[in-house]
Design a protein around this ligand. Structure first.
Ligand SMILES: [Zn+2]
Length: 669
């Protein structure tokens, strides 16, 4: 429509030129905020009391970063969209939004950003700001980079791209779901993105997401802030308390007729369970609630402070049941907890992990994984009563305690072709009846694994006869070497000349992949037929990642010597102790309830990988025997023959093995 009235034209022009008044983002959102979604269309936004601080943070000069550690469905994604709207419409800026993966960037761009800027159904004030047509002056906007009509920029990145991208000044920077960010070889993922705010005078960040395991990026961010919790007045006595976060969770009734209600810290009688705080009180309580930093029990060491020592990051722990519009009601929460708990009792920790992360918004680790720590393994190393810390006397020169019947080697291959840190990591493991195991030795071999002279340094390790406490000499029966990296070809060729002593193995990520797959013949191409030994074709073997890590966790959790127990020797290094089991259960993507084993940022798993490969070698050997008993007897006879070539009684190996160890543990043979 063309405006013909000069007066209205002038008024329109004046309105455009008038500087925008300095309002808070909360004022802006209350006035102009609409929620836009592809499914529900456009609705006026209403800021709930528990959310108000988020909206005050971006325009508060005292706050550099707003961090929210939260369960799902608390309105944070709406908040993030309003930050984008405010910093494109009201204060046109160069925004960076960081999502965990490129797929999530695409999805966010296609669904959330496009909907917000949709001329028909989007936010009214954003109409016509985003054009997806190529214009004369600029290139067509893409899914990860959008230049708006007013000069504002929306730059979408995925967390894997922090290092490779060229340095650009962006402010504000919005980071979503940091718990799902990968570790980058260039350095700390989080810091790299924070540096993108570059030289901004008044940088502002928002970081929000669901934590997964203790000390992941989400929890680290929370700890960088002032660590606020929300305090609610009891509807009966007015006493301010947390709802279901931290210690308050103990007061939440999970079963029985009062399930889904909360005991007041002060006025509930524990005998009669009266009065109780109920979900229906929440709305009124929230209007009178406030955020505060607890005086005690809070880690202040990681906080980001200004020159005067005050925290400039605001961080809030959003608890379960704080939100009363889209989140689950309290009775629903109690029901979900009971279901997860029932599953946990049956040995499946995943629903409980989901419950803690997405319903409660707190980090959690199943006991199975959290019990295995470097500190715990260091303690085990000292526990001679359980047969650890061998050899026990300084003057002992043997390598293997009496229970060891055979030895295998696991080799992890690092880099290749001149890359940094390239080389081989070698761990030797001893095995006894029922897969009881002993860490025997560890080596680091520097050099390019694509070169035979590097791989050849494994020869003496394989040739070595390991001495047992009783004098028996036990050479390694088989070695398994990782062929998955840059050195596949050279590892295969090297193994091809050593069939029967070494097998190439490669990890398979599929959850159902077998612990040790069937052998697959290696097909060297025709011109290199010379590498083949007729009749002794080389096979490689897959090692199912999920299953082998599960199996390893199960063995590490066995508490007493006997089948499956893992012994740690005196010479096992602290680095190895830290690397033996670094894995955590995490969601396969930031929105998924499916869990898998993953390596946390900054952790190393080389020793654990070597162990998994050494175990793969044991499994491969076991295939040659009718039963594991037959196998263990055979290896024991062979070991004893090394002491006495003509043993008087081959039929009773058990009698020869039995005996007390320093700790009083009788070999379970
Ligand atoms: Zn009360």
């Amino acid at each position: 429509m063309i405006t013909r009235s000069v007066r209205s034209l002038a008024r329109g022009l004046a309105a455009k030129l008038k500087p925008k008044p300095p309002i808070t983002m909360l004022d802006y959102v209350e006035k102009y905020g609409y929620i836009t979604s592809p499914s529900d269309g456009r609705q006026k936004w209403y800021t709930r009391p528990c959310q108000r601080d988020w909206f005050l943070a971006p325009t508060d000069p005292a706050v550099q970063c707003m961090v929210c550690m939260k369960p799902s469905r608390v309105g944070w994604s709406e908040y993030v969209k309003f930050v984008i709207q405010f910093f494109t419409d009201w204060r046109p800026s160069k925004i960076m939004i960081v999502q965990p993966t490129d797929d999530e960037v695409k999805k966010y761009s296609d669904e959330d950003i496009e909907t917000m800027f949709d001329p028909a159904h989007g936010a009214p004030r954003l109409k016509n700001l985003l054009s997806n047509k190529k214009s004369r002056t600029s290139l067509k906007n893409t899914y990860n980079y959008k230049r708006l009509a007013n000069g504002a920029i929306i730059d979408l990145r995925h967390a894997g791209s922090a290092g490779s991208a060229r340095r650009v000044n962006r402010n504000p920077v919005l980071m979503e779901e940091p718990a799902a960010y990968p570790q980058l070889s260039e350095g700390d993922t989080l810091q790299l993105f924070l540096q993108r705010a570059g030289t901004a005078v008044d940088p502002f960040f928002t970081i929000g997401g669901t934590p997964v395991h203790p000390n992941d990026y989400m929890e680290q961010c929370f700890k960088m802030g002032d660590q606020q919790y929300r305090y609610y007045p009891c509807p009966h006595c007015g006493h301010y308390q947390e709802l279901m976060t931290r210690d308050a969770w103990q007061r939440f009734i999970k079963e029985g007729e009062h399930a889904g209600k909360l005991m007041c810290e002060k006025c509930t009688n524990p005998e009669t369970l009266s009065p109780l705080i109920e979900y229906r009180h929440l709305r009124t309580m929230d209007e009178h609630a406030g955020w505060a930093c607890p005086r005690e029990g809070v880690d202040r060491s990681k906080q980001i402070l200004d020159d005067e020592g005050n925290p400039i990051w605001r961080s809030q722990q959003f608890g379960p049941g704080m939100s009363y519009h889209r989140a689950a009601s309290w009775s629903e929460l109690a029901r979900r907890y009971r279901n997860a708990h029932a599953q946990l009792r049956m040995g499946n920790p995943d629903p409980m992990q989901v419950f803690h992360n997405t319903d409660m918004g707190i980090p959690w680790e199943p006991a199975q994984a959290s019990r295995i720590t470097a500190e715990g393994l260091a303690k085990r190393q000292q526990d001679a009563a359980m047969g650890n810390g061998y050899p026990w006397r300084q003057e002992d020169t043997w390598h293997l305690p009496r229970g060891v019947l055979l030895v295998t080697i696991g080799v992890d291959v690092q880099g290749g072709g001149g890359s940094q840190g390239e080389g081989l990591r070698v761990h030797v493991w001893g095995w006894g009846f029922g897969e009881e195991s002993w860490h025997v030795a560890e080596f680091e071999i520097d050099g390019d694994p694509t070169q035979f002279e590097t791989l050849d340094q494994l020869n003496p390790v394989m040739a070595k006869a390991w001495i047992r406490e009783d004098g028996a000499q036990i050479p390694a029966a088989l070695g398994a070497i990782d062929e998955g990296g840059l050195a596949t070809e050279s590892v295969r060729r090297w193994c091809a000349a050593r069939v029967g002593r070494w097998i190439p193995v490669r990890g398979l990520p599929q959850p159902k992949a077998e612990l040790l797959g069937k052998g697959v013949p290696v097909d060297f191409n025709a011109k290199n037929q010379a590498a083949r030994q007729p009749g002794r074709d080389l096979m490689y073997y897959s090692v199912g990642y999920e299953r082998s890590v599960n199996h390893w966790a199960t063995q590490l959790n066995i508490k007493a010597p006997g089948p499956g127990y893992v012994h740690i020797g005196r010479d096992t290094s602290s680095q190895t102790l830290a690397e033996l089991f670094p894995w955590k259960r995490t969601p396969v993507s930031s929105k998924s309830s499916v869990r898998h084993w993953s390596l946390p940022a900054g952790a190393h798993d080389e020793a654990g990988d070597c162990r998994r490969y050494a175990y793969a070698a044991l499994l491969k050997l076991a295939r040659n025997y009718a039963s594991s008993d037959v196998m263990w007897s055979r290896w024991q006879r062979q070991a004893l023959r090394s002491i006495n070539p003509d043993p008087p009684s081959e039929s009773k190996p058990a009698l020869q093995l039995s005996g007390k160890r320093p700790g009083g543990f009788v070999t379970n043979w």
